[in-house]
Each structure stands twice: as structure tokens, then as C-alpha cells.
Design a protein around this ligand. Sequence first.
Ligand code: HDD
Length: 695
Amino acid sequence: MAKNSTRKSGPKSHVGNGGELHQTSSGDGRLTTNQGVPVADDQNTLTVGPRGPQLLEDFILREKITHFDHERIPERVVHARGYAAHGYFQCYESHADLTKASFLQDPSVKTPVFCRFSTVAGSAGSHDTARDVRGFSVKFYTDQGNYDLVGNNIPVFFIHDAIKFPDLVHAVKPAPDRGFPQAQSAHDSFWDYVSLSPESMHMLMWIMSDRAIPRSFRMMEGFGVHTFRMINAAGEAKFVKFHWRPTLGTFSLIWDEAVKIGGADPDFHRRDLFNSIAMENFPEWELSVQVFSEAEANEFDFDVLDPTKLVPEELVPLTPLGKMVLDRNVDNFFAETEQVAFCPSHVVPGIDFSNDPLLQGRLFSYLDTQLSRLGSPNFHQIPVNKPKCPFANFQRDGHMQTEVPTGRVANEPNSLDDGRLREDPHAGFTTYPAEEAGQKLRLRPESFADHYSQARLFYISMSEPEQRHIAGGFGFELGKCENAKIRTRMLGHLNNIDKDLADQVAKALGMSGQADSIKPIVKVRDVQPSKALSQYAKAPVTIAGKKIGLLTTDGVDAKLHKALMKAAKSENAVVEIITPTIGDIQSSSGEQITPDHFLSGAPSCLFDCVIIAPSKENAGMLASQAAAVDFIRDAFAHLKVIGYSQSALDLFQKASVAIDADAGLVDVTNAKLTPFVDIAKQHRIWDREPSVRAF
Ligand code: HDD
């Protein structure tokens, strides 16, 4: 009998009906090798005598270690850190007038989807709350093949042309000599590069804004970025821009909060998505398009083929198409989230590309990257990538061919196999027959030359707090640049966007009056604010999907606890209880309560709003904890709504937070929760901000 045998408790495998390896506890529970041979001892290597040398013949050891040695595949060169879930998409009605894409025809059909969110710059092990663009990729498994909408949570991009992408990515990634900084753009090479690429200015405004530090994947918009085409059955084409809107509303973190969450819970966003789905609070997004004809596009004062420009919603409103619901967590992170392969070139009949030069470059890049990342042109056979409709062709062989194609013929046309597989000129994919003519040249279109007007449009469309945060973002990032020339160059660009913004950033850097003079190639247009661009102008008044932290102690007021659980349930919010130690506590009525966190592991940055309500007996002990003092101070500095019981007053005094400081401090003594919940629905107390930070 093997010593330390894992036979009963270890991961078990069994050979299922299909002969597959199942790493589950089902079946007969026998651990086997990859060849299906039952293993008698998985804890001890084969040796000569108990203390002797190991034997090369130990195939069980060699198979296990060899497999382990090859467990990792190259991480994505960008968007390495991501999290994903399964779900479905359902259109509201038939959109046959717009497109023949089959998944947009019948409102009774649920099209399965797989959706992966990501950060761009950081490696797979970096933290979730870095200031960065978020990827927003959706694979629709339609009955006419897989359609990948590979977008971001920001509607524009840094550069015009894919040939610049490697430089952009090299500039933002860790410097090649020192290998840092990780997962951040706040360094010289990034700002040097973008300050020399004025086309990046519009994107920089977004990336320095709250959009780059989302509260949750569930509270994030998504965009297809490029202009695409939709084509109906009559062959009529329209240009479209894709938008995803979360039903919970779009919300962000405060920068200081994002930094602290990075340490307190590096998995903040993935945990949030996983837990919400596990609790059956399924996140939802509405998919809409802006639709316009080529003739209309020619009248716009920007070029729709320029990926650094958006189409204001005042110019072309959104047409809702349907809803995506994510309702199932992955079973295996590697097999699904890591191996999913998105390619903008994966389109279906009824959807086509435009001549956006960035999009055209992407059509090449993604397929290419999957070949090196997943190691084989057969990556479409991996379950998460496999179409859920029938698919067949005569492509053959290659690394890791997992299918067993039958028959003698691997070509078409053929008559040997009754011509089994043939093209379908009627239902097959046809490219929109756009007229194209011209000289071959390497030249940026003049219509792409206005780099500042839409950057200005974005800035002037923001609410006051959002504008403050943009200035703060630039101040923080440029403050990390060692080279003063980069800072003065960037201040020159900001002057072309908004003088007031440039002045604030210069002040934050202590560099007032030191901006370079940068002359725009074309005059900056006089733009009108677009309300749709401000996330707070359209934020719903709700705590749905949010998290309330209750900092308390043994002896917590039973009435308050009960009322809070009830209020949160009716508002579709979550309560998590934080106590000085992790052991169970008893409420004032003797009920046993298991806390979710202990104080030193759960600073207030992890919650959307907080209540501090120790029992009278334990209030002194809580007030002696530095972590409790920080809990309140940070909640205040992060503009949170804070509920307190009278028993917490000493603690507030220690934290130097006055309970009458503003409307965001609410007395919840005697379980009076309604005023707290009502104010918490405002998300944050924006008016408090100027009193807690200058930038
Ligand atoms: Fe990209 C991944 C989004 C420009 C080359 N990109 C990737 C992912 C997203 C985007 C969401 C992650 C996919 C996943 O979850 O697996 N990328 C964008 C958007 C862009 C963009 C919205 C501009 C509008 N990308 C872009 C360009 C190039 C690439 C111009 C190359 C010329 N992107 C890649 C890549 C990645 C990638 C290297 C890395 C991993 C992968 O593709 O599968 O090929």
C-alpha cells in the first residue's frame, strides 16, 4: 500500500464513454496516467531501495513532470490579463432591414456567446485595477458561424494605422532594459511616444479619465471602435458603429481607490464578475448600433474611417439591437478563458469591414497571433473556439489535429466523393462590392489630420468631477516622467485641447508657463458638448449591483443587521460584514453571524458605501485599531456615503472625520436605513472632493 496515497481525496479521473480524460470526482474515481493506466502511487517516485537513486524507467513521474513543464503557453502580447464568462445574446426584433446576419433576425433565438474582458498593458499576473483600456471581446456562436466583436471600453484608439501598433505597445510595456514598470503607462517611453503622435490625443483624454478605472466589468460600456458595414439580403449596405451599454449603468473607481484595491484585492474585477454570476445576479449589456449611409458619412466633419474619432450620438443616435446576458462562469480558466481566440476577421454574412486602416491591419494580426499563442492552425478545434454550427472543409492535418476526418478526398471540386462539400453562392459570405481605385502609396489621409477637436469635445462634455479627474490623471502620469521635455511637449498638446485643463496639469506639475508651442495642422473646431460622453450625466440613481460594507463587532445591533440585509436584497445590492477577527460573532439578540472579512484584509476601498456600527461594548476596542481609523478616512477620501451608529463616534473622532461634514454621513442608529440607502444611490458625494484633494 502506497504511503500518503491520495486515492480518496486527490483529484480523480475516469475514462468516460468517449474515452476522454475527465478531471472530476465522478466515475469510478481512479487516478490514471494520460494513457489511461491506473496509478497505484502518485506520491512517491520509483527508487532503488527507500533511500536509493531514482529510476529513469518511472514513466509515471516523467509523464507528470513533462506535462507540468509544458503547462504554460505564451501569454497574449497585449490583453494578457483577462476574465470571461458564457452567456447568450437575444435580439429585440428582426433587424432584417439592416443586416442579413442570422443572429439578428429572430427575437426568439438565444445565440450563445463567450465574453472576455481584459486589461491591455499588464501581464497575466498583474492587478485588475490598473489605469488602462479594458478589452471587451464577444464571440457569438451563430448558426452561420462564429462572429467576434473584438472591442474596447473606449470608443477610439491611439493610432490611425496598424503599422504603428508594435511601437505603441513597446512604448507602454515594461522598458526592455529594466523590465518595469508593470501594468502602467505612467513612464517616459509611453509619454514620449504618444506626445510625438498627436493622433493619440483624443484617446489620451479617455485613458486619463474615469473610463480607464472601471468599478466593475459589469458597469462598463463597450465599443466596436471601427466603422463596420452591415448588409441586408437585398445587398444594401450601411455603415455602423457598435456600442455595448451595461444595464447597471457605467461607474468608475477613484484613482487613489484603484491604487489601494490593487494591493488589497488584485483580482477585484474578476472576483466581482465571478461572484455576481455565481449569485445569479447576471450582468447584462444592450447592444446598439449607430447607423449611417456612406453619403451621410461624407458630410461629417471628421472621417469615419479614422479610428481616433467617434460619431457623436447627437449626430447619429443609437439603434438598440438586443441584449447580452452573462449567466455561466467558465468551468476551467485555462481551457476556456486562456485558450479563447478572438479575431476581428471572424465575421458572418451580413457584417463586413470598412477601409479603416487600423481595422485592416487587425484583420491580419489576430489570426497570426493565435498561431504562435495556441501553436496550431487547428485552434478552432479547441472547444471554446469551435463553432456550434456544422462546419466542414478540406483543410487538413497540422499540429494537434483532434478530429478524424474520413474519406479519400481532400480537395474540391471533386467527383470522387460525390462532390460532397461545395460553396454556396447564395447563403455564403460575400464581400460588399465597394468601388476602389487609386494609386498605391504610403500616405496618411488629410481627412485624419484634426487631432484636437474631438479631444476637446470629450473634455468639455465631462461633468466637473470628471474634468478634475482627467487633470489629476495627467498630473499623476506626467509626474512619473523623469524627462521634463516630455512634460512640456504634452502641456503643449493640452493647450490645443483646453487651456484650463493645460493650466491645471501644469500647476499640478509645478510647471506653469512651461508648455511647448505646438501648432495644430488644422484649426481646432468649435465643438458643442455631447451629453452621452459623460458617464455621470447618464448614471442611474441606484445601488443595484453594488457592495455595502458593514464594519462591526461582536454584539452588532440585530435590528440594524436585519434591516440592512433586507434593504440590500430589495435594492439588489450585496452586504459584506467586516469584523476585527474572522471568527463568528453574535448579534445583540444572540444570532450567530459569520463575517465575510476580517478588518486587516478588507479596507473600505473594496466597498461602494460603508456603515460603521460596533456594539457599545466593543466600540473602544475597534477605535484602537489603526485599520478601523483608515477604513473611515479612506471611505471619506473616496467620497463614499458613510453610515454610522452613535457607538462609532469615538472612532470618527480618531479618524478626524466630522459626522456633519456633508450629506454623505448618515446616522443609522436604531436601524434607520432609508436615508442612507437613498443617498448611497448617488454613488459618491462629488461635492466633497475639493475638500479632500487638490487634484
Ligand atoms: Fe488588439 C488582442 C482590442 C488594435 C493586435 N485586442 C486584443 C483583445 C482585444 C483587442 C479586446 C483581447 C482579445 C481576447 O480577449 O483574447 N485591439 C483591440 C481594439 C483595437 C486593437 C479595440 C483598436 C481599435 N490590436 C490592435 C491592433 C493590432 C492588435 C492595431 C495589431 C496590428 N490585439 C492584437 C493581438 C492580440 C490583441 C496581438 C493579442 C492577443 C490576441 O490578439 O488574441 O493580435
